[in-house]
Design a protein around this ligand. Structure first.
Ligand SMILES: *Cc1c(COP(=O)(O)O)cnc(C)c1O
Length: 393
């Protein structure tokens, strides 16, 4: 199984770098230096110290007694929710800011939807004293006001984007436009395993620390080399890519969970592998939800982090080859799984992660199976949504 991109940035049929000519110098520079840079011992050392002491890694692998009893298996939660800033996103932004520093860049740009990636980017920019500009759809700036304020407090400039549907895909377009206009001094920190090569690979490598730790922790806690299952939610796919990475060439069953929204056939969903067709989105060939004439279909999910019309090229490849099994969880099923974990374990999960938890209900296990669920983030940001639904129960 080929889980690193080939020299042109393809995972099987998906990936590549479909970019305007103006972007070639930036992408070319990044392609030339990123692998060498991130493998330098001094880079690795600086990253490790910050992952440990700034982010709080390694994140614990927590044995959930209640879920284990309910599903008759050994169920562990990988606690990315305990990271600084509350999710896995900081693993990537921290790696990329160190990369930007080595590239001599002084100015950082990013796109954000719900604001989680924007906050993680603003955080590392404050740490490294770099200028930070975050593009965010105007609609999103209005519905995610607390994250906008957090970014501003951290010193970032938040630019509301008024083109298109004024949401994530428009913010991404605007960030790419900025990068074209500022090729010399600017690094673009993309938020998931999407975009033109080498971004999907860079983000995967920075998130792969998750599966590296899972492997060590499973061995330490159970004596076994590998878990039987690893389950993760997929928006663009960065937490799943990180949780899967060191298991792709093994027999570990990889379960990717997408947001079915109001239902697969409802027209309001973000289940790209169920509904999408091959096409080009944000610089890579991948699966995306589109109309017959190739216009991007607006996605819907109750969780802002899964509300993306595409999926990273590695995941498109894992789907096409059957190496990962894709499951679909509705808004309502996710809310219920989130509330269940809250009441049985005292952990309020992000609504994105709640999708991964709900997938347990679609699987049957053997009694000694070791099942790891990547708990990608905490649910503080989702409080209002939980409360609305809790009242309705
Ligand atoms: C952003 C986010 C996601 C979705 O992004 P991926 O790139 O698919 O991981 C999932 N969980 C949380 C908590 C997030 O903040």
């Amino acid at each position: 199984m080929n889980h690193t991109a080939n020299s042109k940035g393809f995972y099987g049929n998906f990936g590549g770098a479909f970019i305007p000519e103006m972007l070639f110098p930036n992408i070319d520079e990044l392609k030339r230096v990123y692998l060498q840079t991130i493998n330098e011992p001094s880079f690795q050392k600086e990253l490790k110290v910050l992952l440990n002491d700034f982010v709080g890694r390694p994140s614990p692998l927590y044995y959930s007694r209640n879920l284990s009893e309910k599903h008759s298996a050994n169920i562990y939660l990988k606690r990315e929710d305990l990271n600084h800033t509350g999710a896995h996103k900081i693993n990537n932004t921290l790696g990329q800011i160190l990369l930007a520093k080595r590239l001599g860049k002084k100015r950082i740009i990013a796109e954000t939807g719900a604001g989680q990636h924007g906050v993680a980017t603003a955080t590392v920019c404050a740490l490294m004293n770099m200028e930070c500009i975050v593009y965010m759809g105007k609609v999103d700036t209005e519905r995610q006001m607390p994250n906008v304020e957090r970014m501003k407090l951290l010193g970032a400039t938040v630019v509301p984007v008024t083109s298109g549907s004024q949401t994530l895909k428009d913010a991404t377009n605007e960030a790419i436009r900025d990068w074209i206009n500022n090729p010399e001094n600017t690094h673009y920190i993309i938020g998931s395993v999407v975009g033109p090569h080498p971004y999907p690979e860079i983000v995967t490598l920075f998130q792969a620390v998750i599966s590296k730790e899972i492997k060590e922790q499973v061995k330490e806690k159970t004596g076994k080399e590998y878990p039987d299952y690893v389950i993760a939610c997929v928006g663009g796919g960065s937490n799943a890519a990180g949780a899967f990475y060191h298991f792709i060439d093994t027999d570990v069953k990889l379960i990717a969970v997408e947001a079915a929204g109001l239902g697969l056939q409802s027209g309001k969903s973000a289940a790209t592998t169920a509904l999408g067709q091959p096409g080009i989105l944000h610089g890579s060939k991948t699966l995306l939800m589109q109309t017959e004439d190739g216009q991007v279909v607006e996605p819907h999910s109750i969780s802002a982090g899964l509300d993306y019309p595409g999926i990273g090229p590695l995941h498109a490849h894992l789907f096409e080859t059957g190496k990962a099994k894709f499951l679909y969880v509705t808004d309502e099923e996710a809310i219920n799984a989130g509330l269940e974990l809250t009441r049985t374990e005292g952990i309020i999960p992000a609504l994105e992660s709640a999708h991964a938890l709900s997938a347990l209900n679609q699987l049957t296990f053997k009694k000694d199976d070791i099942v790891v669920i990547n708990l990608s983030g905490r649910g503080d940001k989702d409080m209002l949504t939980y409360l609305e639904h809790y009242k309705n129960i």
